[in-house]
Design a protein around this ligand. Structure first.
Ligand code: UDP
Length: 328
C-alpha cells in the first residue's frame, strides 16, 4: 500500500484525489496550511497542518510518515489575484514547490505528481492545444507553475526525480461518492458562480460577449474533478511502476462557451440564470481546449463525465447541499 503525501489535500481537487486514493488502497497523508483549504474536506484522513516553505518540518514529516511518493496540489489558483499580487504566487506556488523538492531530496523520495495548468500556454496559437505548444504564460499564476515545471526537468536529469505534470483545464463538478465540492472564497469560477446566481437571484457578470467565437463568449474545456482525480491516481501508479517523467494536458477535448454553460445550468436547475454582460476580464484567452490524447494513450485515462449536463448536475447537487448545511 503506497504511502502518498498529498499537499493541498484539504482543497478542491486535492481532497477529491485524497479520498479516491484511500478508496483505492493507497495510504494518503495530507499536508495543508488551511489558508485556502477546508478542514471539513479531510473527513478522517491523516493530516498535518504545515506550510510547504517550512522545509525542515516537511523533510521530517516525509521521513516519519515513511512516504513513498508525493502528489503536490498546494497552490494559489486565482489568475486575477496573481496580477494584483504576483509576489504571493511566486512565494507560495514557486518557492513552496522548491521547498518541497528540497525536502523530498533530503528524504530520498523520487516520485512526484504535480498540478500544473493550461495557463502555461497563455494565449495559444491554435486549439486543441498539444503539450508541445509554446509555453508562454500571460499571468504570474501561469509563470509560477512554469518555473516549477522547469525545475522538475532539471531534477529529473540530475536528481533522478521522476514526475508527471498534469496541466489542468477547467476543473469543475463534485463527486457524488464523497461529501466534497468546489468552495473557493471568494469564488471566481464560472459554474459555482452561475449556481449561486440561481440560488440567490443576484446576477452574475459575463466577462465579454465580443470574442471571436461562434456566440461571442469564451470557450473552455470543463473537466470533472473525479476524472481529474482518476488521472492523478493513474499518474502515481505509473511512476511507482517505473514510468518515466512526462507532462500531460488534462481536459476532455470538448469546448463549451459561457453561453453553453448558462444553458446547461438553466436546464439542470429549471431556473433562469440572472446575468449581465460586462467587459472582458484581463488575461482571458478566447478559447482553451485540450488535446489530451497523450494522457489517454500513455496512462490509459478516459474521461467519464463527457456531458456538460452531468457535470453541472453534480455541481448543483453539491451547491444545494452546502446551502442547507453550514460549512466551516
Ligand atoms: N466567467 C464569466 N463570469 C464570471 C466568471 C467567469 O464570464 O463571473 C468566464 C471567464 O471569462 C471564462 C470562463 O467563464 O471565460 C471560465 O472562467 P473561470 O474563472 O471559471 O476559469 P478560467 O478559465 O479562468 O480558469
Amino acid at each position: 500500500m503506497p504511502r502518498v503525501l498529498v499537499t493541498g489535500g484539504a482543497g478542491y481537487i486535492g481532497s477529491h484525489t485524497a479520498h479516491l486514493l484511500r478508496s483505492r488502497d493507497h495510504h494518503p497523508v495530507v499536508v495543508d496550511d488551511l489558508s485556502r483549504g477546508h478542514a471539513h474536506n479531510l473527513d478522517g484522513l491523516p493530516f498535518h497542518r504545515l506550510n510547504l516553505r517550512d522545509t525542515r518540518a516537511l523533510a521530517s514529516l516525509l521521513k516519519n510518515e515513511a512516504i513513498d511518493a508525493v502528489i503536490h496540489f498546494a497552490a494559489f489558483i486565482a489568475v486575477g489575484e496573481s496580477t494584483r499580487a504576483p509576489e504571493l504566487y511566486f512565494a507560495n506556488n514557486t518557492a513552496g514547490s522548491f521547498s518541497l523538492l528540497e525536502a523530498m531530496a533530503e528524504a530520498r523520495i523520487s516520485r512526484l505528481v504535480f498540478s500544473s495548468t493550461a495557463a502555461v500556454y497563455g494565449d495559444p496559437d491554435a486549439v486543441p492545444i498539444p503539450e508541445h505548444a509554446r509555453i508562454a504564460p500571460v499571468s504570474p499564476y501561469g509563470e509560477s507553475k512554469v518555473m516549477v515545471e522547469r525545475a522538475l526537468y532539471w531534477m529529473d536529469k540530475f536528481r533522478g526525480l521522476r514526475s508527471i505534470v498534469l496541466r489542468y483545464f477547467n476543473a469543475c463538478g463534485a463527486d457524488p461518492e464523497f461529501p466534497l465540492g468546489e468552495e473557493h472564497d471568494p469564488e471566481t469560477h464560472l459554474i459555482p458562480l452561475l449556481l449561486q446566481a440561481v440560488l440567490t437571484g443576484r446576477p452574475i457578470t459575463i466577462f465579454g460577449d465580443d470574442y471571436p467565437t461562434p456566440d461571442g463568449t469564451c470557450i473552455r474545456d470543463y473537466i470533472h474533478v473525479r476524472d481529474l482525480a482518476e488521472a492523478h491516481v493513474l499518474a502515481l501508479d505509473y511512476l511507482i511502476a517505473g514510468g518515466p517523467s512526462g507532462a500531460f494536458n488534462a481536459g476532455t477535448g470538448a469546448g463549451h462557451s459561457v453561453r453553453d454553460v448558462i444553458r446547461a445550468v438553466e436546464d439542470v436547475t429549471g431556473a433562469k440564470v440572472p446575468y449581465t454582460i460586462g467587459p472582458r476580464r484581463a488575461g482571458d484567452p478566447p478559447s482553451l481546449v485540450a488535446d489530451s490524447s497523450a494522457l489517454q494513450r500513455t496512462l490509459g485515462w478516459r474521461p467519464r463525465y463527457t456531458s456538460l449536463h452531468e457535470i453541472v448536475d453534480s455541481a448543483w447537487r453539491f451547491a444545494r447541499r452546502s446551502t442547507t448545511s453550514p460549512a466551516e
